[in-house]
Design a protein around this ligand. Structure first.
Ligand code: GLA
Length: 348
């Protein structure tokens, strides 16, 4: 489109720290090479017209429309937010080019919202910084689309840079970029099972954490003392969810230190412990995903785990760069439904 304002946002993979981002804890996501680009032309009326390479027919909506549960909702919500922030006055025509597979837990929705907001900021010439845009993008998911997610995805796609992982404290939103050590890659493999954050299972886990928050009188389950939680008179389910959160938060802290030290063997061990906790305490894995993680390790990965919201989507495995091709070939021979998505590591 001529005279369009453009912006790009990557997909993201979370290396460790799952379901800690709405419980006061840390996460360690990284930007992927797959991503999307948005071209935005402001309109004087309130119409929203979106075309995407992923869908045959364009979506035509109005800024006043409620979310309808389809792929264009993130765009309508982002444009409403852009108006509320004073970046636009009216609707827009949008063209989206994306290489992020939908339903994989790689933040296609957060990337779309953040890219639309960044393009709207371009159109305005100035505006809120990337952290404020990420917070606005989360509002779109929580309040407009009704997705009860945390802040990790929006921060990652708004701020993460290639070649680094982003150590983010979701309680304070302070973050630091940690360079990947050379010789290793974080390989993202799709399980073949798709999932949606709106299918109810994510919200169910969030509700269980909310019950634990009420019991302990805190928003920050990740910061609770393990002995206190173990001794608490609380139902088994919220107790196990809390034990996952606080141990996962501690693992992220250790994983950040291990990555800084270039100690990827320890990093891998922490990934494995994270997967076990997601499987047994947070109960967000599936047998097929457990099997994929197990094969990853048998075939020589230093660590492997489910990544993202759970109940499908991708795994991430830490593999030595020189073994990656053989590892991938053997993994896909054993798991016909799995497919390679992307790999991140040190910048060349
Ligand atoms: C999804 C949500 C994030 C986060 C992860 C789990 O990706 O969008 O906010 O809660 O699940 O770590």
């Amino acid at each position: 489109m001529t005279d369009a304002f453009t912006a790009r946002a990557p997909g993201r993979v979370n290396l460790i720290g799952e379901h800690t981002d709405y419980n006061g804890g840390m996460v360690l996501p990284a930007a992927l090479a797959v991503g999307l680009e948005v071209a935005l032309v402001p309109r004087p009326d309130s119409a929203v017209a979106v075309a995407s390479n992923g869908y045959d027919a364009p979506a035509i909506r109005d800024l006043a429309d409620d979310a309808v549960g389809d792929w264009a909702d993130p765009c309508v919500g982002a444009l409403r937010e852009a108006n509320a922030l004073g970046l636009l006055r009216g609707g827009a025509t949008l063209e989206v080019q994306s290489t992020i597979p939908q339903g994989s837990g790689l933040s296609s929705s957060a990337a779309l919202i953040v890219a639309v907001l960044k393009a709207a900021r371009e159109a305005a010439g100035a505006g809120p910084d990337d952290v404020e845009l990420a917070v606005a993008a989360r509002r779109v998911e929580n309040l407009y689309m009704g997705v009860p997610c945390g802040i990790m995805d929006q921060m990652a796609v708004a701020l993460a840079t290639p070649g680094t992982a982003m150590a983010l404290d979701t309680r304070t939103l302070s973050c630091e970029l940690v360079a990947f050590p050379r010789g290793y890659e974080m390989v993202v493999v799709h399980s073949g099972l798709t999932r949606k954050l709106t299918d109810g299972r994510y919200a169910a886990r969030k509700a269980e954490c909310d019950a634990a928050k009420r019991h302990f009188g805190t928003e920050d389950l990740c910061l609770l003392d393990r002995a206190l939680v173990e001794a608490a008179e609380l139902d088994d389910i919220p107790k196990r969810r809390t034990l996952h959160c606080l141990s996962e938060h501690a693992r992220v802290q250790k994983a950040v230190a291990a990555m800084r030290a270039g100690d990827m063997a320890s990093f891998g061990t922490l990934m494995n412990a994270s997967h076990a906790s997601m499987r047994d305490l947070f109960e967000m894995s599936l047998p097929e995903i457990d099997a994929l993680v197990e094969s990853s390790l048998k075939l020589g990965a230093l660590g492997a785990r489910l990544t993202g919201g759970g109940f499908g989507g991708c795994i991430v495995a830490c593999v030595e760069t020189e073994r990656r091709e053989t590892w991938l070939k053997e993994l896909s021979a054993r798991h016909a439904r799995s497919r390679f998505i992307d790999a991140v590591g040190a910048e060349p």
